[in-house]
Ligand binder design. Structure first.
Ligand SMILES: Cc1cc2nc3c(=O)[nH]c(=O)nc-3n(C[C@H](O)[C@H](O)[C@H](O)COP(=O)(O)OP(=O)(O)OC[C@H]3O[C@@H](n4cnc5c(N)ncnc54)[C@H](O)[C@@H]3O)c2cc1C
Length: 280
């Protein structure tokens, strides 16, 4: 039977994580489902509760960055005024209110599902993650953290402490989650896209797709090729751009949807972004 720990302080948590191999337990909304068993959950190892520690819970502004504690609940994030709208849109469509009162962004990130809904906006916004252990602090970019479904760069003794979100200005934003219904819908696929358009020209651009590959799909080289073009250029080149993205979008068939549907919907949403949203 697994043992559970409840450290009184963040320092104690770091000590425990350096002494033992523990499973951090934040809201438990992924862990309780993954480890469900008759008579109560059966975890693969010992568990450490982290949701009560104040160092992990706050949200604050630091210059031109928003710092979100890993154990900030999804509801807290959804209602915090300075959270970028793209991230709010994605978080507010996760599950349903009761679950968002308990689930955390740290949990959504460390669970590392390619369908984790908070993750594509974090790629687009250029977010980084602060990880801490008794060995020190590391900051790693969101797009370098994920290694595959359920796999991240987090070391066993590390805790995800904060999510650092640069507050950039975009004037065109798009977030669409495609699911079976409005609430409690697992994502079939999603697009998150943002652009800064100045005098009809693309000054900055970022596009990510969720649930259509082993990790979130974002290609900075493809984006670079589009920066500097006019919105009419983009419209004219939409077919070629879609072809490039088509090679990157590699969904699978599963109980939620089919690969063919997911890919086509992503390409349709991308076309809408290029031809309609950017033209506004
Ligand atoms: C009914 C239902 C509907 C759902 N709908 C959605 C949905 O629409 N979209 C979506 O994206 N998800 C959905 N989820 C999944 C889940 O609710 C979210 O991923 C949630 O954000 C997980 O947060 P948590 O705090 O509950 O994570 P937990 O279950 O506590 O932890 C998840 C994983 O992260 C690790 N972890 C947590 N915090 C840290 C930390 N600070 N440092 C290191 N490791 C950590 C844990 O060890 C575990 O491996 C749904 C779940 C349910 C049950």
């Amino acid at each position: 039977m697994s043992v559970s720990y409840r450290p009184a302080t963040f320092d104690e948590l770091l000590d425990l994580m350096s002494e033992k191999e523990l499973i951090p337990f934040a809201g438990g909304t992924d862990l309780m489902v993954q480890n469900a068993a008759a008579g109560g959950p059966k975890f693969a190892g010992d568990v450490v509760f982290i949701a009560h520690l104040p160092e992990l819970k706050g949200i604050r502004l630091e210059g031109d960055k928003l710092i979100i504690g890993a154990s900030a609940t999804l509801s807290h994030i959804e209602n915090y005024p300075q959270v970028p709208q793209l991230l709010k849109n994605a978080v507010s469509l996760i599950a349903a209110p009761a679950l968002r009162n308990r689930g955390t962004m740290g949990g959504n990130i460390c669970n590392a599902s390619p369908a984790g809904d908070s993750i594509p906006p974090l790629y687009v916004l250029g977010a980084s993650f602060k990880l801490q252990s008794r060995d020190g602090v590391r900051v790693i970019k969101a797009d370098e953290f994920f290694k595959g479904p359920g796999k991240t760069d987090r070391r066993k003794n590390e805790i995800l402490v904060e999510i650092i979100v640069p507050l950039k200005e975009w004037n065109i934003e798009k977030y669409r989650k495609v699911g079976t219904r409005a609430a409690n819908a697992l994502t079939k696929c999603s697009i998150t896209a943002a652009a800064k358009v100045k005098n009809g020209r693309i000054d900055d651009l970022s596009i990510a797709f969720g649930a259509v590959g082993p990790v979130i799909i974002r290609d900075k080289n493809l984006e670079k090729k589009l920066i500097g073009l006019t919105t009419s250029d983009l419209k004219a080149r939409a077919d070629a751009i879609l072809k490039d993205y088509s090679a990157l979008i590699v969904p699978i068939d599963d109980q939620r949807s089919t690969a063919v549907y997911r890919k086509q919907v992503c390409l349709n949403l991308l076309r809408e972004f290029l031809e309609v949203d950017l033209g506004q």
